[in-house]
Write a protein that binds this ligand. Structure first.
Ligand code: ADP
Length: 321
């Protein structure tokens, strides 16, 4: 599935001033690690799409330098570059008069892959995004739901095994329930493909749910903070970030903080009926279980094994760390 090694993306003093004088990105330096999902988040108009579109050279920067691994982005042919970069946008942009199969196979065909290989790859990708090829490959985009179209868009972007995946608000046009499901599926997919992904959203919850790292931007593409979700929520760098992540950042933090495996208290003696949580859950799961029971503690389990117990004071101690 993954033949191409992931590469990092580096921006050094990148600037974009549009022809009408608008400075969308003043001067941005940022290194996005290989194989990680970095979210660019910030209010509308802060320059997120501009940044993304400079990386695949749909628009040209007016200053600074950018690299894909050790290759300078502005030094390569833009068309060849775009074939190595998957791009997913809101409303997908599928070709309406082509079947799902042809949509997904677009770039491999352009690259001259043999037909049989294109067919195999298409089926493999539809499977990967949770669409049964036998059922969906011959449909046209208007015979799919919004969520299904979005999955085809992701499959198409992955088709030629790109080194990088750029996603611009890909899930914004679908309803919140489908969006949640697409996000979960997408996280599972990333576990498999481990691409370097740049994901643009204006939605903090989506950023926290998906990102290995989050870049919070303000107007002019100004980088306010670049950190993993838990760090962003626990230690916002300034008032802009604190306000942007919202007053409920404590609750968001609980959801992204894993239950500790080390230093759990032992089970008290005697038989107690207490709620339990799986060891791979979050502190929010632990708190929910605490509220469910009246024991004042929850049992942390790894399958049938009991790892120990957690009290509200322990939860608090983890958050204070
Ligand atoms: P975001 O994706 O964060 O909403 P954009 O990158 O789309 O922001 O836009 C950043 C700024 O650049 C905005 O002020 C927007 O109006 C401006 N802008 C975007 N595209 C153009 C363009 N083609 N010409 C002039 N200004 C533009």
């Amino acid at each position: 599935m993954n033949r191409t090694a992931a590469v990092s993306i580096r921006l050094d003093g990148v600037r974009k001033q549009y022809d009408d004088g608008t400075v969308a990105v003043r001067e941005l330096s940022l290194e996005l690690p290989a194989g990680e999902l970095t979210v660019l988040v910030g209010p509308s108009g802060c320059g997120k799409s501009t940044i993304l579109r400079m990386v695949n050279r749909l628009i040209e920067p007016t200053g600074g330098r950018m690299w894909l691994g050790d290759q300078e982005i502005t030094a390569v042919d833009p068309i060849a570059l775009r074939r190595r970069i998957g791009y997913v946008i809101q409303n997908v942009g599928l070709f309406p008069h082509q079947t799902v199969r042809d949509n997904v196979g677009t770039v491999p065909k352009l690259l001259g892959w043999p037909r049989a290989q294109v067919a195999d790859r298409t089926a493999e990708l539809l499977d990967l995004v949770g669409l049964d090829p036998a059922r969906y490959a011959d449909r046209y985009p208007n015979e799919l739901s919004g969520g299904q179209r979005q999955r085809v868009g992701v499959a198409r972007a992955l088709a030629a095994d790109p080194v990088v995946l750029l996603m611009d608000e890909p899930f914004s046009a679908v309803d919140p329930i489908v969006r949640g499901r697409l996000q979960d599926e997408f996280l599972r997919l990333q576990q498999t493909v481990r691409k370097t992904i740049v994901f643009v959203t204006h939605d903090v919850d989506e950023a926290v749910r998906l990102g290995d790292r989050i870049a919070v931007l303000s107007e002019g593409g100004k980088l306010e903070q670049f950190a993993p979700p838990a760090e962003l929520l626990a230690k916002p760098a300034n008032t802009f970030v604190a306000e942007f992540v919202g007053a409920d950042r404590g609750i968001k933090l609980l959801a992204v903080t894993p239950i500790p495996r080390e230093g759990l208290r032992p089970m008290p003696d005697g038989k107690h009926e207490a709620p339990s949580v799986p060891a791979d859950g979050s502190l929010r799961d632990a708190l929910a279980a605490l509220l469910e029971g009246d024991t004042g503690w929850v049992v942390v389990r790894d399958g049938d094994d009991v790892l120990g117990i957690l009290t509200p004071a322990d939860v608090y101690a983890v958050l204070r760390r």
